[in-house]
Write a protein that binds this ligand. Structure first.
Ligand SMILES: [Zn+2]
Length: 166
């Protein structure tokens, strides 16, 4: 159960957040003052069966260019495989783009938890035809690059930015 505070009279209303979907918008009517107000269920804080399986792990921003619009792609634990979306693709992070220099399976960001409990973001090339660049340096096949907030990745003519701050 969660509490929301009325913005007018500060009294609390209790509701069962597990009945709603992440990102859903809820409208309440305060039982004290009848003020109507809305909240949005956070995309990351709704536990299902006691386990937080949709923890916010960061987002890849696909910067808009001539080939596509800006896109935001949420990351998940394990391998996040990026590439150009094609019909029947089996990668889990397809990018909607007509950039021909982005392979249909181009680069991989592995999200894992280190021994210290902190999340790690490890970039590698898929391998791709045109290469994966981290801060303008091309990755060799064996390279594993530790990313941080704001890291810039280039695949073909497409720029990706890792955003960890929500
Ligand atoms: Zn109220």
């Amino acid at each position: 159960m969660k509490k929301v505070r009325c913005p007018k009279c500060n009294s609390y209303t209790v509701f069962d957040e597990t009945r709603y979907q992440p990102g859903q918008r809820l409208v309440f009517v305060c039982s004290e003052c009848n003020k109507q107000f809305a909240i949005q269920i956070p995309a990351s804080s709704v536990p299902s069966n006691g386990e937080v399986n949709n923890e916010a792990l960061g987002t890849i921003i696909v910067v808009e260019n001539a080939f596509h619009y800006r896109q935001e792609i949420p990351l998940e634990m394990g391998d996040n495989v990026f590439g150009r979306y094609v019909h029947g693709t089996n990668i889990n992070k397809p990018i909607e783009t007509v950039d021909p220099s982005v392979d249909t399976r181009h680069c991989i960001i592995r999200v894992q938890r280190g021994k210290d409990g902190h999340l790690q973001y490890i970039l590698r090339d898929a391998p791709s035809g045109t290469g994966t660049f981290y801060m303008n340096d091309i990755l060799r096949d064996q390279d594993r690059v530790r990313l941080q907030d704001g890291s810039v990745i280039t695949i073909g003519a497409t720029t990706l930015i890792l955003k960890l701050e929500i």
